[in-house]
Design a protein around this ligand. Sequence first.
Ligand SMILES: Cc1cc2nc3c(=O)[nH]c(=O)nc-3n(C[C@H](O)[C@H](O)[C@H](O)COP(=O)(O)O)c2cc1C
Length: 278
Amino acid sequence: MPPSSAPWRTPFLTHLSHLTGPPIFTLATLHPLLAQATTVYTTETASSPSLQALPRARTCVYRGLWATLPPNPHDPSAPRNPPIYESDCPVFTTDARMEKVQGLFFTGANTDPNIREAEREGGLRGSGGGGPVEAVFWIEPARTQWRIRGTAWILAAGDIDDGESVGARKVREMLLSRMRRISGDDNNKEEWSFSREINAHFTNLSTIMRGSFKNPPPGVPVEGNPPGPGEGLGQRVEGGLEEDEMARRNFRVVVIVPEEVDRVDLGDPERARRWLYI
Ligand SMILES: Cc1cc2nc3c(=O)[nH]c(=O)nc-3n(C[C@H](O)[C@H](O)[C@H](O)COP(=O)(O)O)c2cc1C
């Protein structure tokens, strides 16, 4: 357990609190040059034949720090964990079928080919990952850029509590090492669960956003590809993940474990300042 909160935590959260809408950030990942990936790159598409990965960046919505969910405006009666932990790890949600999920698995920390293969087999259906990321926030009211660098871990409701895959075990180990107990004691661990936290992230979304996890797979052309059973655009999901098998299969929480944070303050144009927290 980390002894105390990161030195950048309070200024970061204070800056976010100045925003009127949900905080939006850019997430950069590495996309591996692998034949198994859905997009197949030849070496000619890379700028150098020795490159094993290409950069990818996309917009995401920040959903709070892991274990300290914001209040639920959509479904206030949905089950939640008690507020007994906190962390310094930013969270976003995603769909297991998106390319960034593959990228985070394929560029994860494991260099052992056997473990990587086991992760790949079970991985895309469950928890794991750990690939390197940089999350970039521009907080206009504070005239500050935050770049949070670290690794990103994918959490699936189906296996996160007791799954025995390499990926699920690694995610639990990594996150537990970053969670600080802020009330009560560690004797009663039963009162808090990973899957309840994932479900609470799901029910924190609007019903139409929850329904987006039942869309046809991303990237499939609409013309000539009828949706699979239960799939379709514009669906609404009223309840949690337990009541919807397809949403449960596709919904993922992604937790960024920071290793280095770079803060650039342009508030005073004559005295721009930069902090590097490591
Ligand atoms: C304003 C905005 C917010 C978005 N938020 C998310 C998000 O929180 N999670 C996510 O996976 N994609 C989000 N997207 C979509 C991504 O930018 C991206 O198109 C999608 O995730 C597919 O990316 P990938 O193919 O690299 O996985 C958002 C897009 C926009 C424009």
